[in-house]
Design a protein around this ligand. Structure first.
Ligand code: COA
Length: 154
């Protein structure tokens, strides 16, 4: 990894101020702190990526039957374009291996070319559109649904 020493651990309550601030700085329509609290309470896998001791990003995913749904993945501005997003995506899917063994699914804004590029580069394919899925300024924005099949050991 480009000059970084990355690890990941489960998010704790003490991380939520930093995470909420990061959401505000990176996203036009951020998750509220309460959304992260609800995810943690529901047992979703919430991971914090660290470079040494410095928080660099986070992800949230949940099991739906045998599928893994990635609900959120964000890299802090200072760490973007340094490979953290790709690393965290791989790490999240790997760590969620015990949660679900089927396909990995996610939604992404049609306009989010960076994230769509990242997911395509990690083997996701675009499988559909959810009309008007996201809030947007004065109107709604479609989501692209993306899916990655996982190799099943035989
Ligand atoms: C999407 C996001 C997680 C990517 O994280 P990142 O750490 O910057 O991504 P990486 O450095 O791992 O790069 C992944 C790929 O995206 C490309 N990329 C990253 N930032 C880019 C940019 N601004 N413009 C063009 N391509 C970009 C990289 O070139 C890389 O592709 P490559 O491996 O073919 O070279 C990050 O931009 C982010 O947090 N965005 C805001 C939140 C968000 O949109 N999350 C996704 C919601 S579905």
């Amino acid at each position: 990894m480009r000059d970084l020493t990355l690890t990941a651990r489960p998010v704790t309550e003490a991380d939520l101020d930093w995470i909420a601030a990061c959401e505000q700085s990176v996203l036009r329509f951020p998750w509220r702190r309460s959304a992260f609290e609800a995810s943690m309470a529901a047992g979703h896998l919430c991971l914090l990526a660290l470079d040494g001791a410095v928080p660099a990003g986070y992800s949230v995913c949940m099991r739906v039957l045998d599928e893994l749904h990635i609900l959120n993945i964000v890299v802090a501005p200072d760490f973007q374009r340094r490979g953290v997003g790709g690393w965290l995506l791989d790490e999240t899917i790997s760590r969620a291996g015990d949660l679900a063994h089927g396909p990995v699914l996610l939604e992404v804004r049609v306009s989010n070319a960076v994230a769509r590029h990242l997911y395509l580069s990690k083997g996701f394919v675009e499988i559909g559109i959810r009309k008007d899925y996201y809030p947007s300024d004065g109107r709604r924005e479609d989501a692209v649904v993306m899916c990655k099949e996982r190799q099943v050991a035989v």
